[in-house]
Design a protein around this ligand. Structure first.
Ligand SMILES: [Zn+2]
Length: 82
């Protein structure tokens, strides 16, 4: 009797999807789309929501300076090799 050849249509689940879900450096949230929902700044992940927030804040807004300070820390972290 001939053995039925195994179908190779079965797709193996690759690793953990969580690997692609970075945490935002600013708001500490994990966006639903993972890395697609943001960008890396000096090795730190910034989600699109925070990016939008930063872009919409005016210079006079105290929140703007909080954001800038956080970004500055992220960048200086990178400079020190961490
Ligand atoms: Zn964020």
């Amino acid at each position: 009797m001939a053995t039925v050849s195994r179908e190779k249509t079965e797709i193996k689940k690759q690793g953990r999807p969580n690997n692609l879900l970075p945490r935002c450096y600013i708001c500490n949230e994990v966006p639903g789309m993972g890395i697609r929902d943001g960008f890396l700044l000096a090795g730190q992940f910034i989600c699109i929501f925070c990016e939008e927030k930063i872009l919409n804040l005016s210079y006079n807004d105290p929140a703007y300076h909080v954001m800038v300070e956080k970004l500055r820390k992220a960048i200086s972290k990178k400079k020190h090799g961490y």
